[in-house]
Design a protein around this ligand. Structure first.
Ligand SMILES: Cc1cc2nc3c(=O)[nH]c(=O)nc-3n(C[C@H](O)[C@H](O)[C@H](O)COP(=O)(O)OP(=O)(O)OC[C@H]3O[C@@H](n4cnc5c(N)ncnc54)[C@H](O)[C@@H]3O)c2cc1C
Length: 353
């Protein structure tokens, strides 16, 4: 018997994979409704199609271009090899939750995990027995805390709003530099009139948000983005962590849905074949997250001039085509190609290290 805590996308997907593998799986969510509150933009790369086939009506928009704006106002634009999907996060979460339920997962809403000891799991309203406990309970994972697996985690704070204005429907816009130290600002259009705009940073996020968001705000959200910890221990005795609970979030973009779902696949494999889960996911998706972390550490040392220069370098046609054809979920191969094609990237990286 396996108990999964957290009915977010990663918990539902992990439950689905585990029940399909033949286990008896129960999925517990603290809220009375799946997908609420929303704390996400809902932008998902095309790698999703390697994991699950979603219904077309979950996709609100397809993003075909990415524009990166430097502090001096110059920008580069990339055509995405395959479009990104903008989904309604609530509907997306419900879709995965229902999929797990249809496959045979027993689901429980309004079940807040409190702690565990041996095979006993304590919820706010009851105690159950379980052989395996999976914490897919998000950035502030109580499962991690309860099992001394939380460690000294670090987070970025993200502030986002749905706004009304004029937008280019197929273009995702991000700006770097002093507008959002340690991260970036984003504009992700739902259509020509409505967009999800936001900022994440290590400090003073509200101040950067107020400076950036000049459109009419329809609603507002805030959430934590865990900073990937490559040394995290995600398996102890009969307890496993996955998704945001395991800091499996891309350090470059803050995207956590795809890496969390890839890690869920490794989790199902590890439990089924009694393999080392830490080793399995760290040698696959974790390798890519570590590459992203190195890039993030370099970017965190950039000043406005460095960003201006980076945008200029990346604007060259031969560089642009490598970025356009690369897979952003698996950046290792792309970065290697970039470094071989334009040695100034290496010089540039080492200059700020
Ligand atoms: C502003 C912002 C924008 C973002 N935009 C994107 C984006 O565009 N694309 C992308 O890929 N990622 C994005 N992310 C990151 C993304 O939201 C997360 O990586 C993703 O939600 C992780 O999924 P998860 O299932 O691991 O955790 P969560 O989605 O956090 O789900 C955890 C679930 O566990 C439940 N839970 C928590 N504690 C308990 C408990 N004690 N008992 C029972 N249940 C519990 C919660 O209610 C929740 O349902 C964004 C994050 C922020 C903050």
């Amino acid at each position: 018997m396996i108990s999964v805590i957290g009915g977010g996308p990663v918990g539902s997907y992990a439950s689905y994979l585990l029940v399909e593998t033949g286990f008896d799986v129960s999925l517990y969510e603290e809220h009375k409704e799946i997908g609420k509150p929303i704390q996400c933009t809902g932008l998902i790369t095309s790698s999703l199609s390697k994991l699950v086939k979603i219904k077309n009506d979950l996709i609100l928009n397809k993003i075909k271009k990415s524009r990166v704006i430097a502090p001096d106002g110059n920008f580069i634009e990339f055509n995405l090899d395959k479009p990104d999907f903008l989904v309604d996060r609530s509907e997306f979460d419900r879709f995965l939750f229902d999929k797990s339920k249809e496959a045979g997962v027993k689901t429980f809403l309004q079940h807040k995990f409190i702690s565990n000891e041996g095979d006993k799991i304590k919820f706010k309203n009851k105690i159950v027995k379980s052989d395996i406990l999976v914490g897919a309970d998000g950035p502030l994972s109580q499962v991690a805390k309860s099992n001394n697996m939380f460690g000294g985690r670090k987070f970025l704070l993200g502030l986002q709003a749905r706004v009304k204005g004029k937008f280019e429907k197929d273009t995702f816009v991000s700006s770097f530099g002093d507008v959002a130290p340690g991260f970036f600002t984003w504009i992700v259009p739902e259509n020509e009139e409505i967009a999800r705009v936001g900022v994440a940073s290590t400090e003073n996020v509200a101040q950067y948000f107020d400076k950036f968001v000049k459109w009419k705000i329809l609603d507002k959200q805030a959430g934590l983005l865990p900073i990937y910890n490559p040394n995290i221990n995600t398996h102890k005795n009969n307890v496993y962590l996955v998704g945001d609970a395991a800091t499996q979030v891309k350090p470059t973009t803050g995207g956590g849905i795809i890496p969390g779902m890839f890690a869920a696949k490794e989790l199902a494999k590890a439990i089924k074949y009694n393999k080392n889960y830490d080793e399995l996911w760290k040698s696959t998706i974790g390798k890519e997250l570590s590459t992203g972390l190195k890039v993030r550490k370099i970017l965190n040392k950039f000043n406005n001039n460095d960003y201006n220069y980076l945008v200029k370098l990346t604007g060259q046609d031969r560089i642009r085509s490598i970025v356009e054809n690369g897979n952003r979920d698996f950046p290792f191969a792309m970065l290697l190609k970039l470094a071989l094609t334009e040695p100034r990237f290496i010089k540039f990286g080492s200059k700020v290290l």
